[in-house]
Design a binder for this molecule. Structure first.
Ligand code: SF4
Length: 82
């Protein structure tokens, strides 16, 4: 997998980061700091260790991304964010 793409299972959802789109705005890290972190290159990544979080907050933290760099799919592979 390309180094600029990340994928992780959280809350029985598939969460993806497209680091080529991220502009480091910090919206997602402010809302879900236990999931997302801004690295030294000012681009978002998953925290080394992530845990399940409130589903609504997870979805909101991805949907507020101004450049749609965060994607969430449900357990059936249907994209629910953005
Ligand atoms: S909200 Fe989007 S642009 Fe901002 S840090 Fe998160 S992924 Fe990057």
């Amino acid at each position: 997998m390309d180094d600029e793409y990340r994928e992780r299972k959280i809350n029985n959802r598939t969460v993806r980061i497209d680091r080529t789109l991220c502009i480091g705005s910090g919206n997602c890290t402010n809302l879900a700091p236990e999931i997302f972190v801004i690295r030294e290159d000012n681009i978002v990544d998953f925290q080394d260790e992530t845990s399940d979080i409130d589903q609504g907050r997870l979805e909101e933290s991805a949907s507020i991304c101004p450049v749609d760099a965060l994607i969430i799919e449900d357990e059936n592979g249907e994209q629910i964010v953005p």
